[in-house]
Ligand binder design. Structure first.
Ligand SMILES: Nc1ncnc2c1ncn2[C@@H]1O[C@H](COP(=O)(O)OP(=O)(O)O)[C@@H](O)[C@H]1O
Ligand SMILES: [Mg+2]
Length: 355
Protein backbone atom coordinates (compact mmCIF):
# COMPACT_ATOMS: atom_id res chain seq x y z
CA UNK A 1 0.00 0.00 0.00
CA UNK A 2 1.48 3.26 -1.12
CA UNK A 3 0.53 6.91 -0.70
CA UNK A 4 1.62 9.11 -3.59
CA UNK A 5 2.27 12.76 -2.89
CA UNK A 6 2.85 15.46 -5.49
CA UNK A 7 4.25 18.71 -4.09
CA UNK A 8 4.51 21.84 -6.19
CA UNK A 9 4.95 19.59 -9.20
CA UNK A 10 5.52 21.56 -12.41
CA UNK A 11 6.52 20.81 -15.96
CA UNK A 12 7.57 23.42 -18.50
CA UNK A 13 8.28 21.94 -21.92
CA UNK A 14 9.86 25.25 -22.93
CA UNK A 15 10.49 28.55 -21.22
CA UNK A 16 8.25 30.63 -23.45
CA UNK A 17 4.97 28.74 -23.22
CA UNK A 18 2.69 28.15 -20.25
CA UNK A 19 3.52 25.19 -18.03
CA UNK A 20 1.90 21.86 -18.95
CA UNK A 21 1.60 21.17 -15.23
CA UNK A 22 1.64 24.05 -12.76
CA UNK A 23 2.54 23.69 -9.08
CA UNK A 24 0.40 20.64 -8.52
CA UNK A 25 -0.19 19.57 -4.91
CA UNK A 26 -1.98 16.28 -4.51
CA UNK A 27 -2.02 13.45 -2.01
CA UNK A 28 -3.20 10.21 -3.51
CA UNK A 29 -4.29 7.88 -0.79
CA UNK A 30 -3.02 4.38 -0.42
CA UNK A 31 -5.20 1.69 -1.94
CA UNK A 32 -7.67 4.12 -3.48
CA UNK A 33 -8.67 4.76 -7.05
CA UNK A 34 -8.11 8.40 -7.92
CA UNK A 35 -9.22 9.84 -11.24
CA UNK A 36 -7.15 12.53 -12.87
CA UNK A 37 -9.80 14.33 -14.88
CA UNK A 38 -9.72 17.24 -17.29
CA UNK A 39 -10.10 18.31 -20.91
CA UNK A 40 -7.57 17.28 -23.54
CA UNK A 41 -4.26 19.07 -23.12
CA UNK A 42 -4.70 19.93 -19.42
CA UNK A 43 -1.60 18.01 -18.35
CA UNK A 44 -2.92 14.59 -17.34
CA UNK A 45 -0.48 12.46 -19.32
CA UNK A 46 2.42 14.74 -18.40
CA UNK A 47 1.60 14.26 -14.72
CA UNK A 48 1.38 10.48 -15.10
CA UNK A 49 4.67 10.31 -16.99
CA UNK A 50 6.38 12.25 -14.22
CA UNK A 51 5.03 9.82 -11.63
CA UNK A 52 6.13 6.85 -13.76
CA UNK A 53 9.56 8.38 -14.29
CA UNK A 54 9.19 8.78 -18.06
CA UNK A 55 9.52 12.58 -17.81
CA UNK A 56 11.41 14.62 -15.26
CA UNK A 57 9.66 17.51 -13.52
CA UNK A 58 10.89 21.07 -13.96
CA UNK A 59 10.07 21.74 -10.35
CA UNK A 60 8.57 20.13 -7.27
CA UNK A 61 8.63 16.68 -5.76
CA UNK A 62 6.96 13.29 -6.03
CA UNK A 63 7.08 10.91 -3.11
CA UNK A 64 5.85 7.38 -2.47
CA UNK A 65 5.14 6.82 1.23
CA UNK A 66 7.05 9.93 2.16
CA UNK A 67 10.18 9.06 0.20
CA UNK A 68 11.08 11.18 -2.82
CA UNK A 69 11.37 9.18 -6.01
CA UNK A 70 12.91 11.96 -8.09
CA UNK A 71 16.09 10.44 -9.50
CA UNK A 72 14.88 6.87 -9.00
CA UNK A 73 14.83 5.15 -12.42
CA UNK A 74 11.38 4.17 -13.73
CA UNK A 75 11.93 0.43 -13.31
CA UNK A 76 12.80 0.86 -9.64
CA UNK A 77 9.87 3.10 -8.70
CA UNK A 78 7.24 0.41 -8.45
CA UNK A 79 4.86 2.41 -10.65
CA UNK A 80 3.65 1.02 -13.97
CA UNK A 81 1.75 2.86 -16.64
CA UNK A 82 -0.86 1.47 -19.02
CA UNK A 83 -1.51 3.56 -22.13
CA UNK A 84 -4.58 4.24 -24.20
CA UNK A 85 -3.15 2.45 -27.24
CA UNK A 86 -2.02 -0.64 -25.28
CA UNK A 87 1.55 -0.59 -26.70
CA UNK A 88 1.88 -4.36 -26.76
CA UNK A 89 4.87 -5.89 -28.54
CA UNK A 90 3.26 -7.00 -31.81
CA UNK A 91 5.56 -9.92 -32.64
CA UNK A 92 5.54 -11.44 -29.18
CA UNK A 93 2.93 -13.87 -27.95
CA UNK A 94 0.53 -12.78 -25.25
CA UNK A 95 2.49 -14.88 -22.77
CA UNK A 96 5.76 -13.14 -23.67
CA UNK A 97 4.07 -9.74 -23.49
CA UNK A 98 2.60 -10.39 -20.06
CA UNK A 99 5.75 -12.07 -18.76
CA UNK A 100 8.08 -9.38 -20.12
CA UNK A 101 8.57 -7.51 -16.86
CA UNK A 102 9.41 -10.70 -14.99
CA UNK A 103 11.88 -11.83 -17.68
CA UNK A 104 13.66 -8.47 -17.32
CA UNK A 105 13.87 -9.18 -13.61
CA UNK A 106 15.42 -12.58 -14.40
CA UNK A 107 12.60 -14.55 -12.82
CA UNK A 108 12.76 -18.30 -13.70
CA UNK A 109 10.65 -19.64 -16.55
CA UNK A 110 8.38 -21.83 -14.46
CA UNK A 111 7.42 -18.96 -12.18
CA UNK A 112 6.84 -16.66 -15.16
CA UNK A 113 4.52 -19.20 -16.77
CA UNK A 114 2.50 -19.59 -13.59
CA UNK A 115 2.30 -15.84 -12.98
CA UNK A 116 1.26 -15.13 -16.58
CA UNK A 117 -1.57 -17.59 -16.34
CA UNK A 118 -2.61 -16.12 -12.98
CA UNK A 119 -2.67 -12.60 -14.45
CA UNK A 120 -4.68 -13.67 -17.50
CA UNK A 121 -7.20 -15.24 -15.13
CA UNK A 122 -7.32 -12.00 -13.17
CA UNK A 123 -8.20 -9.98 -16.29
CA UNK A 124 -10.68 -12.68 -17.31
CA UNK A 125 -8.80 -13.72 -20.41
CA UNK A 126 -7.58 -17.22 -19.66
CA UNK A 127 -5.94 -19.48 -22.23
CA UNK A 128 -4.75 -16.91 -24.78
CA UNK A 129 -1.03 -17.31 -23.98
CA UNK A 130 -0.02 -18.40 -27.48
CA UNK A 131 -1.89 -15.79 -29.48
CA UNK A 132 -0.38 -12.66 -30.96
CA UNK A 133 -1.86 -9.26 -29.97
CA UNK A 134 -3.23 -8.85 -33.53
CA UNK A 135 -5.42 -11.90 -33.03
CA UNK A 136 -7.21 -10.22 -30.13
CA UNK A 137 -9.90 -7.51 -30.07
CA UNK A 138 -9.15 -4.03 -28.73
CA UNK A 139 -10.76 -4.81 -25.39
CA UNK A 140 -8.79 -8.04 -25.10
CA UNK A 141 -5.54 -6.26 -25.96
CA UNK A 142 -6.26 -3.73 -23.24
CA UNK A 143 -6.73 -6.62 -20.78
CA UNK A 144 -3.37 -8.04 -21.83
CA UNK A 145 -1.79 -4.62 -21.28
CA UNK A 146 -3.33 -4.55 -17.82
CA UNK A 147 -2.05 -8.08 -17.06
CA UNK A 148 1.42 -7.07 -18.25
CA UNK A 149 1.38 -4.09 -15.89
CA UNK A 150 0.11 -6.06 -12.90
CA UNK A 151 2.46 -9.03 -13.26
CA UNK A 152 5.32 -7.11 -11.64
CA UNK A 153 3.16 -6.36 -8.57
CA UNK A 154 3.44 -2.59 -8.82
CA UNK A 155 2.86 -0.37 -5.80
CA UNK A 156 1.18 2.21 -8.01
CA UNK A 157 -0.89 1.54 -11.12
CA UNK A 158 -1.14 4.38 -13.63
CA UNK A 159 -3.88 4.03 -16.23
CA UNK A 160 -3.83 6.70 -18.94
CA UNK A 161 -7.24 6.82 -20.65
CA UNK A 162 -7.17 3.02 -20.90
CA UNK A 163 -10.77 2.74 -22.04
CA UNK A 164 -11.14 5.60 -24.48
CA UNK A 165 -10.41 3.46 -27.55
CA UNK A 166 -13.16 1.00 -26.66
CA UNK A 167 -16.81 1.21 -27.64
CA UNK A 168 -19.41 2.08 -25.02
CA UNK A 169 -20.46 -1.46 -24.16
CA UNK A 170 -16.90 -2.70 -23.73
CA UNK A 171 -16.04 0.38 -21.75
CA UNK A 172 -18.65 -0.44 -19.11
CA UNK A 173 -17.33 -3.98 -18.85
CA UNK A 174 -13.74 -2.79 -18.56
CA UNK A 175 -14.66 -0.20 -15.94
CA UNK A 176 -16.06 -2.97 -13.80
CA UNK A 177 -12.98 -5.06 -14.38
CA UNK A 178 -10.65 -2.20 -13.44
CA UNK A 179 -12.66 -1.46 -10.32
CA UNK A 180 -12.77 -5.12 -9.28
CA UNK A 181 -9.05 -5.67 -9.81
CA UNK A 182 -8.19 -2.44 -8.03
CA UNK A 183 -10.27 -3.45 -5.01
CA UNK A 184 -9.04 -7.03 -5.04
CA UNK A 185 -5.36 -6.08 -5.20
CA UNK A 186 -5.88 -3.00 -3.03
CA UNK A 187 -3.47 -1.14 -5.26
CA UNK A 188 -3.05 2.63 -5.35
CA UNK A 189 -4.41 3.52 -8.77
CA UNK A 190 -4.47 6.73 -10.76
CA UNK A 191 -6.88 6.65 -13.65
CA UNK A 192 -6.75 9.35 -16.31
CA UNK A 193 -9.90 10.30 -18.16
CA UNK A 194 -11.43 13.32 -19.89
CA UNK A 195 -14.91 11.91 -19.28
CA UNK A 196 -16.49 13.16 -16.04
CA UNK A 197 -19.05 10.36 -15.99
CA UNK A 198 -16.32 7.76 -16.14
CA UNK A 199 -14.49 9.50 -13.30
CA UNK A 200 -17.66 9.61 -11.21
CA UNK A 201 -18.50 5.95 -11.80
CA UNK A 202 -15.01 4.67 -11.10
CA UNK A 203 -13.16 6.83 -8.67
CA UNK A 204 -12.99 7.19 -4.91
CA UNK A 205 -11.69 10.71 -5.45
CA UNK A 206 -11.35 12.98 -8.45
CA UNK A 207 -8.61 15.52 -9.15
CA UNK A 208 -9.87 17.98 -11.76
CA UNK A 209 -7.22 19.81 -13.80
CA UNK A 210 -7.63 22.77 -16.14
CA UNK A 211 -4.57 24.14 -17.94
CA UNK A 212 -2.16 22.25 -15.70
CA UNK A 213 -3.73 23.55 -12.52
CA UNK A 214 -5.67 21.67 -9.90
CA UNK A 215 -9.24 22.99 -9.69
CA UNK A 216 -10.71 20.66 -7.11
CA UNK A 217 -9.75 17.42 -5.38
CA UNK A 218 -12.76 15.77 -3.84
CA UNK A 219 -15.09 12.83 -3.75
CA UNK A 220 -17.26 12.50 -6.88
CA UNK A 221 -20.53 13.81 -5.41
CA UNK A 222 -18.82 17.03 -4.28
CA UNK A 223 -18.32 18.09 -7.88
CA UNK A 224 -22.10 18.27 -8.25
CA UNK A 225 -23.02 19.42 -4.77
CA UNK A 226 -20.12 21.70 -3.86
CA UNK A 227 -18.21 22.71 -7.02
CA UNK A 228 -15.48 25.19 -6.14
CA UNK A 229 -16.12 27.42 -9.16
CA UNK A 230 -18.52 28.07 -12.00
CA UNK A 231 -15.91 26.55 -14.34
CA UNK A 232 -15.91 23.30 -12.35
CA UNK A 233 -19.71 23.22 -12.21
CA UNK A 234 -19.86 23.86 -15.96
CA UNK A 235 -17.44 21.02 -16.70
CA UNK A 236 -19.61 18.59 -14.73
CA UNK A 237 -22.62 20.11 -16.40
CA UNK A 238 -26.34 20.04 -16.03
CA UNK A 239 -26.84 22.61 -13.31
CA UNK A 240 -28.82 25.87 -13.40
CA UNK A 241 -26.91 29.08 -12.79
CA UNK A 242 -28.54 32.21 -11.44
CA UNK A 243 -26.28 35.20 -10.72
CA UNK A 244 -26.77 37.63 -7.88
CA UNK A 245 -25.37 38.85 -4.60
CA UNK A 246 -24.70 36.78 -1.52
CA UNK A 247 -25.01 38.07 2.02
CA UNK A 248 -25.88 36.56 5.39
CA UNK A 249 -26.61 33.16 3.89
CA UNK A 250 -29.07 34.58 1.39
CA UNK A 251 -28.79 34.88 -2.34
CA UNK A 252 -30.46 37.95 -3.90
CA UNK A 253 -31.29 37.37 -7.56
CA UNK A 254 -33.54 38.81 -10.24
CA UNK A 255 -36.00 35.94 -9.63
CA UNK A 256 -36.10 36.18 -5.87
CA UNK A 257 -34.22 36.01 -2.62
CA UNK A 258 -33.25 32.52 -1.51
CA UNK A 259 -31.93 31.01 1.66
CA UNK A 260 -28.72 29.22 0.67
CA UNK A 261 -26.60 28.26 3.66
CA UNK A 262 -24.05 26.22 1.67
CA UNK A 263 -21.45 28.35 -0.01
CA UNK A 264 -17.87 28.48 -1.24
CA UNK A 265 -17.72 32.21 -0.48
CA UNK A 266 -18.51 34.57 2.38
CA UNK A 267 -20.35 37.31 0.52
CA UNK A 268 -20.41 39.51 -2.55
CA UNK A 269 -21.13 38.98 -6.23
CA UNK A 270 -22.02 35.32 -6.57
CA UNK A 271 -23.42 32.53 -8.70
CA UNK A 272 -26.16 30.27 -7.42
CA UNK A 273 -26.25 26.65 -8.58
CA UNK A 274 -29.63 24.94 -8.59
CA UNK A 275 -29.37 21.23 -9.45
CA UNK A 276 -32.24 20.19 -11.77
CA UNK A 277 -32.79 16.95 -9.86
CA UNK A 278 -33.22 18.88 -6.60
CA UNK A 279 -35.95 21.25 -7.79
CA UNK A 280 -39.40 20.41 -6.48
CA UNK A 281 -42.67 21.12 -8.23
CA UNK A 282 -45.10 22.58 -5.76
CA UNK A 283 -48.73 21.68 -6.33
CA UNK A 284 -50.14 22.25 -2.87
CA UNK A 285 -51.34 25.83 -2.27
CA UNK A 286 -50.20 25.77 1.35
CA UNK A 287 -46.64 25.08 0.37
CA UNK A 288 -46.46 28.34 -1.52
CA UNK A 289 -45.78 30.20 1.66
CA UNK A 290 -42.52 28.27 2.06
CA UNK A 291 -39.25 29.99 1.41
CA UNK A 292 -37.24 29.49 -1.80
CA UNK A 293 -40.25 29.44 -3.95
CA UNK A 294 -40.74 30.78 -7.51
CA UNK A 295 -43.41 30.66 -10.18
CA UNK A 296 -42.74 30.21 -13.85
CA UNK A 297 -44.03 28.94 -17.15
CA UNK A 298 -43.36 25.53 -18.65
CA UNK A 299 -41.52 25.87 -21.95
CA UNK A 300 -40.67 22.34 -22.97
CA UNK A 301 -40.75 18.79 -21.72
CA UNK A 302 -38.67 15.80 -22.75
CA UNK A 303 -38.91 12.29 -21.39
CA UNK A 304 -35.52 10.75 -20.84
CA UNK A 305 -35.97 7.19 -19.64
CA UNK A 306 -37.14 7.32 -16.07
CA UNK A 307 -36.93 11.10 -15.94
CA UNK A 308 -38.90 13.97 -17.32
CA UNK A 309 -36.67 16.89 -18.13
CA UNK A 310 -38.38 20.18 -18.56
CA UNK A 311 -37.60 23.85 -18.86
CA UNK A 312 -39.42 26.49 -16.88
CA UNK A 313 -38.97 30.16 -17.60
CA UNK A 314 -38.77 32.17 -14.42
CA UNK A 315 -38.31 35.86 -15.11
CA UNK A 316 -35.41 36.15 -17.52
CA UNK A 317 -34.05 32.74 -16.54
CA UNK A 318 -34.69 29.22 -17.71
CA UNK A 319 -34.63 26.65 -14.96
CA UNK A 320 -34.19 23.05 -15.98
CA UNK A 321 -35.97 20.54 -13.78
CA UNK A 322 -35.64 16.76 -13.61
CA UNK A 323 -38.52 14.90 -12.13
CA UNK A 324 -40.53 11.71 -12.37
CA UNK A 325 -42.69 11.70 -15.52
CA UNK A 326 -45.83 11.20 -13.41
CA UNK A 327 -45.28 14.55 -11.75
CA UNK A 328 -45.62 16.52 -14.95
CA UNK A 329 -47.88 14.44 -17.14
CA UNK A 330 -50.81 16.77 -16.49
CA UNK A 331 -48.84 19.88 -17.36
CA UNK A 332 -48.67 21.40 -20.81
CA UNK A 333 -46.29 23.86 -22.37
CA UNK A 334 -47.35 27.36 -21.39
CA UNK A 335 -48.82 26.26 -18.04
CA UNK A 336 -47.86 28.12 -14.92
CA UNK A 337 -45.91 26.06 -12.45
CA UNK A 338 -44.49 26.65 -8.99
CA UNK A 339 -41.05 25.45 -8.01
CA UNK A 340 -39.26 25.29 -4.71
CA UNK A 341 -35.57 24.93 -3.95
CA UNK A 342 -34.54 23.17 -0.77
CA UNK A 343 -32.02 25.54 0.89
CA UNK A 344 -29.65 22.63 1.59
CA UNK A 345 -29.57 21.66 -2.07
CA UNK A 346 -28.47 25.11 -3.22
CA UNK A 347 -24.83 26.03 -3.65
CA UNK A 348 -23.23 29.44 -3.93
CA UNK A 349 -19.84 30.19 -5.49
CA UNK A 350 -17.86 32.99 -7.08
CA UNK A 351 -19.48 34.30 -10.26
CA UNK A 352 -16.62 33.06 -12.48
CA UNK A 353 -15.65 34.02 -15.98
CA UNK A 354 -18.53 32.31 -17.77
CA UNK A 355 -21.18 33.91 -15.56
N1 LIG B 1 6.76 16.44 -25.38
C1 LIG B 1 6.10 17.58 -25.37
N2 LIG B 1 6.68 18.72 -25.83
C2 LIG B 1 6.03 19.92 -25.79
N3 LIG B 1 4.80 20.08 -25.31
C3 LIG B 1 4.16 19.00 -24.83
C4 LIG B 1 4.78 17.69 -24.84
N4 LIG B 1 3.91 16.80 -24.29
C5 LIG B 1 2.81 17.52 -23.98
N5 LIG B 1 2.96 18.81 -24.29
C6 LIG B 1 1.98 19.88 -24.05
O1 LIG B 1 1.66 19.91 -22.68
C7 LIG B 1 0.27 20.12 -22.47
C8 LIG B 1 -0.32 18.96 -21.67
O2 LIG B 1 -0.28 17.79 -22.46
P1 LIG B 1 -0.78 16.38 -21.91
O3 LIG B 1 -0.17 16.14 -20.57
O4 LIG B 1 -0.51 15.37 -22.95
O5 LIG B 1 -2.33 16.64 -21.76
P2 LIG B 1 -3.54 15.59 -21.55
O6 LIG B 1 -2.96 14.24 -21.30
O7 LIG B 1 -4.31 16.14 -20.39
O8 LIG B 1 -4.35 15.65 -22.81
C9 LIG B 1 -0.35 20.29 -23.83
O9 LIG B 1 -0.41 21.68 -24.12
C10 LIG B 1 0.64 19.61 -24.74
O10 LIG B 1 0.63 20.18 -26.03
MG1 LIG C 1 -3.26 12.45 -22.36
Amino acid sequence: MTTVRLSGLSKFFDEKSAPAVNALDLEIESGKLTALLGPSGCGKTTTMKMIAGLLSPTDGDISFDGRSIIGVPPEDRGAVMVFQNYLLFPYMSVADNVGFGLKMRKVDKGTIKARVSEMLDLVQLPGVEDRKPKQLSGGQQQRVALARALVVEPKVLLLDEPLSNLDAHLRDEMRELVRRIQTELDITTIFVTHDQEEAVVLADRIALLFDGELQQFDEPSAFYERPRSVEVATFFGGTNFVPGTYENGRMQTSIGSFSAPNSAIEQGAAMLSIRPEEVRIVTDEDERTYENFVTGTIRSRVYVGRFARFQVSVGEHRIEVFTEPGQVKNFNDGDAVSLSFDPDSLWVMEPGTTG
